[in-house]
Structures are given as structure tokens and as C-alpha cells.
Write a protein that binds this ligand. Structure first.
Ligand code: UDP
Ligand code: MG
Length: 327
């Protein structure tokens, strides 16, 4: 049993703002201006970490121009790996003890960041921004998001996945350390953040219209995200298949016995019996694969959060009341 301590040393800067960028030459200048104004007003030391996710327009040049090695840094990925990978790169390279994700297209207003920091300082480990108005999103995007949360909330057990919470969130030191301890390949960050737990709050906000350019998501991308989310966090589809197969098997046995007693048994009954038997076999294999998957991921069985009230955090949030345990 390995004990994992979630006590990062108090680093400087305290907060890293991670900004994934892909083909965003039109939005970056305005975003940079607005975020720079906000950062100056923040009561904590802060760095901006841009992650260029393999852009082929002027994004990389602009980011190189802004970086100064201390308060503004930029990571350049070797190709387009997708937003989830860009956020993961941000987590891996953040120097702050807490991380805040924000999109560069200004749909998430940077001016809301001080409010998020305030709740972090009040003792919340995760501050999620929850969209109550999605004026910037198309009808298709709104409907697919609703369907996604509807399915996920039914399939994923014991993980809090609040609806309409995207990646605009602040993750405090303890959940950040917990996330880094998860060594799996899953790219579904929102599921992982829900999974690690800790004290969380949702703050409502109005999602704005994109400043320029267009969304990088299409129907196929959203479908992939949904499938990957289900595969990463739920074994329920396998269990549903197993239960149906078992039900089918029991009914077919009754059907065969009835046919034998009535003397009407023929090849048709044999076929029904064999099919239900094969279904049960496939379901069993599925269940074993599900268990193997959980073993391969080696997720910690739990994290501990000290029950004592967190220290008031005027300028330097303390993380000493929280520890994690990995089994
Ligand atoms: N993004 C990224 N890699 C991608 C696609 C998007 O880093 O492959 C960034 C993008 O530059 C933006 C954020 O992720 O900062 C959200 O992208 P987008 O606006 O296209 O998504 P939507 O708001 O429509 O969900
Ligand atoms: Mg957007």
C-alpha cells in the first residue's frame, strides 16, 4: 500500500491559468489583453500558460511574442492532439499550486476569474463554472450537451457530473495532486475531476458568443467524446447486457423445457437455446474485460480529506488539511 501525500510545496506563482489554443489567431490578441488586465487585479500571484495544440496559423507566433518566461509561458505541442490533451499538458507543466482552465475564444469571460479565486480562498477545492445561458452555442451543441449529461448522469455511478459544467474551472492543490496521481490514459478530464471528489462548488455564468473564428467541434468529435466518457467511467452498459442475456437464457430454458414436455421440440428450439447460451458467454467475457480494465487503470481506491475546517486563506491558500491515500 502506497501513501500519497497531497501536500505540494507552496510554489510561486500560486495559480496557473491554462489556456488551450488551436487555430486561434483571431481571438488571441483580444484575449491576451483582457486576461492581462484581470491578472493584475488578482489577489494571488499568477502565471498564464498558453498551450498551442498544433496550430498552423499565426497562433504559435503570437504566443511566442507574448511569452516572457515568467508570468506568461507557452507550450507548443508537436501536432493537434485535441483539447483534452492540451489541458493535460497544462496540468503537467503548471508551476502554480492551483490551475484554472479557460478557453481562448472569450466564450468564458476572463473577468469572472477573480470571483472563482474568491471561492477558492473561501476553502473550495474545485470551482466549476456552470453555464445557465448558452447564447454562444448552436442548437445542435445545446441539444447534444443535454443528451450527453442525461446519459452520463444515468450511466456513471457515484461520480458527480453536474450538467452544463465545461472546462472553465479552478482546481485547487489537493485535487490537482490527485489528478496527477491518476496514471491512466483517459482524456476525459471533467469525469476525472468529478471522480477525485473534494469540496466543489458550481457558480452560474452566461456563456458568451465566440469572439471570432468558429468552434473546433463537430458531430463526430462530440460522439467520440461521449463514447470515450462512457467507456472510461461506466461498466453499466456491460452489466445491462449481462442482465438481458441472463434473462434471455432463463426464458429460453423455460421455453425448451415446455417444448420437451409438449413433445414439440425441434431445431428451432435448439437454435433459441444456443443463441441465448452464446449471449451469456459474451456477457461473461465482457464482465471480465470490465474488471481487467479497472485493474489496468489502477485508480487509487480513495483519497482522504481532513475533516477539519480549512484555514482562512487571505493570500496563501493552505493545503495542509488535505491528504490523499493511494492503495
Ligand atoms: N482547442 C484546442 N484543441 C483542439 C480544439 C480546440 O486546444 O483540438 C481549444 C480552442 O482553441 C479553445 C478551446 O479549446 O480555446 C475550446 O474550443 P472550441 O471553442 O472550438 O470549443 P467549444 O467552445 O465550441 O466547445
Ligand atoms: Mg468555444
Amino acid at each position: 500500500m502506497q501513501t500519497l501525500h497531497l501536500f505540494p510545496e507552496r510554489p510561486d506563482p500560486l495559480l496557473t491559468i491554462v489556456v488551450p489554443c488551436f487555430q486561434e489567431e483571431e481571438t488571441i490578441p483580444e484575449f491576451h489583453q483582457r486576461i492581462s488586465r484581470v491578472v493584475k487585479r488578482l489577489p494571488v500571484t499568477c502565471e498564464i500558460l498558453y498551450v498551442d495544440d498544433g496550430s498552423s496559423d499565426l497562433t504559435t507566433d503570437l504566443l511566442r511574442e507574448y511569452q516572457d518566461g515568467s508570468t506568461v509561458r507557452c507550450l507548443i505541442l508537436s501536432r493537434n492532439f485535441g483539447k483534452e490533451a492540451a489541458l493535460r499538458a497544462g496540468i503537467d507543466h503548471a508551476r502554480g499550486s492551483a490551475v484554472l482552465f479557460i478557453d481562448v475564444d472569450l466564450q468564458d469571460p476572463p473577468e469572472l476569474i477573480p470571483g472563482m479565486v474568491e471561492f477558492w480562498q473561501k476553502g473550495y477545492d474545485v470551482v466549476n463554472m456552470q453555464r445557465n445561458l448558452r447564447v454562444g452555442d448552436s442548437w445542435f451543441k445545446r441539444m447534444s450537451a443535454r443528451a450527453y449529461y442525461w446519459v452520463m448522469q444515468r450511466l456513471v455511478e457515484k461520480v458527480d457530473l453536474p450538467a452544463d459544467v465545461s472546462d472553465f474551472r479552478l482546481i485547487g492543490p489537493a485535487p490537482l495532486a490527485a489528478l496527477r496521481a491518476l496514471d491512466e490514459r483517459s482524456r476525459i478530464l471533467k469525469g476525472m475531476i468529478g471522480w477525485v471528489g473534494f469540496r466543489t462548488i458550481e457558480l452560474p455564468y452566461n456563456r458568451a458568443v465566440r469572439h471570432a473564428g468558429s468552434s473546433k467541434w463537430n458531430a463526430a468529435g462530440l460522439f467520440n467524446l461521449a463514447i470515450e466518457s462512457i467507456l472510461s467511467f461506466s461498466r453499466k452498459p456491460l452489466r445491462i447486457f449481462s442482465l438481458i442475456s441472463f434473462g434471455l437464457f432463463v426464458s429460453s430454458i423455460c421455453y425448451l423445457l415446455a417444448a420437451l414436455v409438449a413433445g414439440s421440440f425441434d431445431s428451432h428450439h435448439l437454435l433459441v437455446g444456443m443463441s441465448s447460451f452464446i449471449c451469456v458467454g459474451v456477457a461473461m467475457v465482457g464482465e471480465y474485460v470490465g474488471v481487467t480494465l479497472a485493474e489496468v487503470k489502477r485508480r487509487p481506491l480513495y483519497f482522504l480529506k481532513n475533516s477539519s475546517k480549512p484555514d482562512p486563506m487571505p493570500l496563501h491558500p493552505s493545503v495542509s488539511s488535505i491528504e490523499g491515500k493511494k492503495c
